[in-house]
Write a protein that binds this ligand. Sequence first.
Ligand code: SF4
Length: 352
Amino acid sequence: MALRLIKNLPAAELTAWLQAHGQAAFRLKQIRDWLYSRWAIDFVAMGNLPTALRQALTDDFLAFGLEPLETQTADDDTVKWLFRLVDGESIETVLIRAPDRQTVCISTQVGCPVRCTFCASGRDGLIRDLEPGEIVDQVIAACRHLQQRVDNIVVMGMGEPLLNLEHLIAALDLICGPECLGVGARHITISTSGIVPGIRRLAELRRQWHLALSLHALTDEQRGRLIPARYRYPLAEILDACRYYRECTGRIVTLEYALMAGGNDSQDDALGLAALARRLDAKINLIPCNPVSEHYQAPAERQVRAFEERVRSLGAKVTLRQRKGERIQAACGQLRRRTPAAAERPDQASPE
Ligand code: SF4
């Protein structure tokens, strides 16, 4: 039987396991300290635990669930990993470095069921959900690389986070828990393509996590060209859910808008986007699109700046995200598609 990742176990279960092995309750804190403060990847290193306990842990659990298959570092110090999971599947994680903060972009699924037409992650559909421990271990890997705790987490890698919501919540509770990684809730951003029930469930948790909506288009018809029907909700329902999120958490929602030349970058689009953001009291994050196919190209830099200025002049809060790590294929899913397992799968990307 495959070993379980220890981080998948709720604290109560681990406490019960310790009791069953005749161990005192304080061992839980010691184990957590090794896992989350010293980023241990095996139990043998846990020097202040009795040898018998280290052996029992090794017999029953895995301390860490990722094996780096490939590491790429860009000129701007962005690091991208392709990790192999215990079952042989692979995921991508990106570390984005800045002088004042270290941000990790994490994946929540192997592949993605939403299959947006502009995204490499969705090409194969969903392979499987990540477990909580596999989500947390991406952050641990970045901490080990930096030899310091990361400041910021963006849940924008492979997968639609709100379609693996229970595992995501369990993982974020470990990432934010003061007894675990201790990252502030306000430093977590969850990006969704607009899964309405998930947004509403998150809102009702009333955590201080930041919500980003991958909007990219301003009408249902336009969105229909980007997001296949199965997981596409009507824009009006999505915006209502975002309003609800704002009401429940007090947090401003971000509208992610990937600019695609000739697709969504007209003067009318700027007008519509600014009006929508003002109505929602949201801020806009413009992203020159990072294309995976010849169908979508980023506009020229001059046009991107002009769009940004136009939206700002219409009274909306807007920032322009710098593309980082472009030369290492940092858009999600691009690296994984070169693995033999992904190459063997038929390309399922098709607009519905
Ligand atoms: S953009 Fe996000 S939701 Fe769409 S296919 Fe890619 S990972 Fe999935």
